[in-house]
Design a protein around this ligand. Structure first.
Ligand code: MN
Length: 246
């Protein structure tokens, strides 16, 4: 059995091994002049490299969006999380999923920062590894059976996830999760909240912050969500489902 914590460690190691160079920011810097590139060496939390080249998900998710999203937005969550825990050495050895899953146990002066910045770091780390060039194929038979039992069909799950993603007001995420009873559910969260905080186990998150799609899709969030389904790595989602059940 792989625990949630072990899974994240394994996943991060695999990601680091698979890709050893972060693509240059280059033209991206001109597009976001209000954001300085954050330092990533200031604390225990580290920005994982993208597990594929920035253009791997073209044409569904464009390279410029990927570079800015990873190198700037995700990097900022990591840098801000490091800043938040700088005065709390007891938190520096804990994993980000542990922190986000146990917000209530944290000192009050860092709880909101960990919720937002730690959530941002965790959500994006999982998001990158939920996507794959040439993804979009259906999951395996065992997982499909569980999906059929809950949603009626794989197509109905996609409809439910799409409706959830399109329906998020403002910034947030749509999720396929396993709830406390072991039932598959579709849910959404505002901002960078993660289902772990409520005791659910996230299997797949779809980022519907405008920074995830605006360069290519502008206000057409529905088109972006439709496109994401072409690059979802259902094998990884299925692996998380197996691990979460164990
Ligand atoms: Mn994002």
């Amino acid at each position: 059995m792989i625990t949630r914590r072990q899974w994240l460690v394994l996943s991060s190691t695999a990601v680091a091994a698979a890709f050893d160079a972060v693509p240059p920011v280059s033209s991206a810097s001109a597009a976001v002049p209000d954001q300085a590139a954050p330092s990533s060496d200031a604390g225990p939390f580290v920005l994982p490299p993208l597990p594929y080249p920035a253009d791997a998900l073209e044409p569904h998710i464009d390279a410029q969006t990927m570079v800015i999203h990873h190198d700037r937005h995700h990097a900022a969550y990591v840098a801000n999380l490091n800043t938040a825990v700088a005065n709390h050495p007891e938190l520096r050895s804990r994993t980000v999923d542990d922190l986000v899953a146990n917000l209530g146990s944290l000192p009050g002066d860092v709880r909101t920062a960990v919720r937002n910045q730690g959530g941002g770091h965790l959500n994006h780390t999982w998001f990158w590894s939920s996507l794959k060039k040439g993804g979009g194929i259906s999951p395996g038979a065992e997982f499909v059976k569980a999906i059929d039992t809950t949603f009626g069909s794989f197509a109905r799950l996609k409809e439910a996830l799409t409706a959830s993603a399109v329906g998020v007001f403002g910034s947030g995420w749509a999720w396929l999760s396993l709830d406390r009873t072991g039932t598959l559910i579709v849910e959404s969260s505002p901002n960078q909240d993660n289902p772990l905080t409520a005791g659910n186990r996230p299997l797949l998150g779809i980022d519907v912050w405008e920074h995830a799609y605006y360069l290519k899709y502008q206000n057409r969030r529905r088109d972006y969500v439709d496109a994401v389904f072409n690059v979802i790595d259902w094998e990884t989602v299925q692996s998380r489902w197996r691990a979460a059940r164990g």
